[in-house]
Design a binder for this molecule. Structure first.
Ligand SMILES: [Zn+2]
Ligand SMILES: [Zn+2]
Length: 227
């Protein structure tokens, strides 16, 4: 495995590092933030072209005042505002909007207040209470999902580690990277790696490439889901 030719070795190292840093996490975070900003702007422009279906208030100068009221609460997948702030796909947001009435915050409050009064008169639970219960259920559901997702990731990480025979490779990306660097540094300084070290370097590189590959795959999936 050790690359004897110093030129080839330098070239390999350079390419390796370029690939590593060009795909760093900061770029992805910035990309996601940029997309969210775009969706928020798109929503504001959309609201500027709408007006309250009850009182006619125009969104042109009051985009902030317009809200989306679900005609049938049973249809509600999520709040449009939540979908926007979490940067969901426009297509999915539009599908949610299609189930809604465009309404200003005043008319919206009035609408729900009347619902609330009506429910009390009919001897039912207030809609505020129902919403609270649904919210609590939702939170429990999300929490459960989150734990499951965490466990799944932990399991996958463990599997990845087990794929590397000997089990000597562990730790996060940066540690692996540092380990590779220190071995490459040894070669650079004229030392010859013994068989164990050479094996280890080979495994580390395979592992890091696998990591990179998997991370890229995940990002691509995430982006196409959200675009
Ligand atoms: Zn509503
Ligand atoms: Zn209104």
């Amino acid at each position: 495995m050790p690359i004897k030719d110093p030129k080839k070795r330098a070239k390999y190292q350079k390419e390796y590092h370029e690939k590593w840093y060009s795909q760093n996490r900061g770029d992805r975070v910035a990309q996601v933030a940029k997309r969210k900003r775009g969706i928020r702007e798109w929503m504001r422009t959309l609201k500027e072209s709408l007006s309250c279906e009850r009182c006619g208030l125009s969104g042109q100068h009051n985009a902030w005042a317009l809200e989306f009221h679900h005609r049938d609460p049973q249809d509600k997948v999520s709040l449009v505002s939540t979908m926007v702030s979490s940067g969901m796909a426009k297509k999915r947001i539009e599908a949610e909007i299609a189930k809604c009435e465009v309404i200003c915050s005043n008319c919206h409050r009035k609408e729900h207040y009347e619902e609330h009064r009506q429910a009390l008169e009919d001897g039912e639970k207030s809609i505020w209470m129902k919403a609270g219960e649904a919210g609590a259920q939702n939170m429990a559901f999300n929490k459960d999902n989150l734990t499951r997702e965490k466990k799944r990731r932990r399991r996958r990480r463990k599997q990845r580690l087990q794929q590397i025979n000997g089990g000597t490779v562990s730790g996060p990306k940066q540690t692996v990277h540092n380990d590779i660097d220190s071995l490459l540094y040894k070669i650079e300084n004229g030392a010859t790696l013994d068989k164990n070290e050479a094996d280890r370097l080979r495994r580390l590189i395979a592992y890091s490439q696998n990591l990179e590959f998997q991370m890229e795959g995940e990002t691509e999936q995430f982006m196409s889901e959200e675009e």
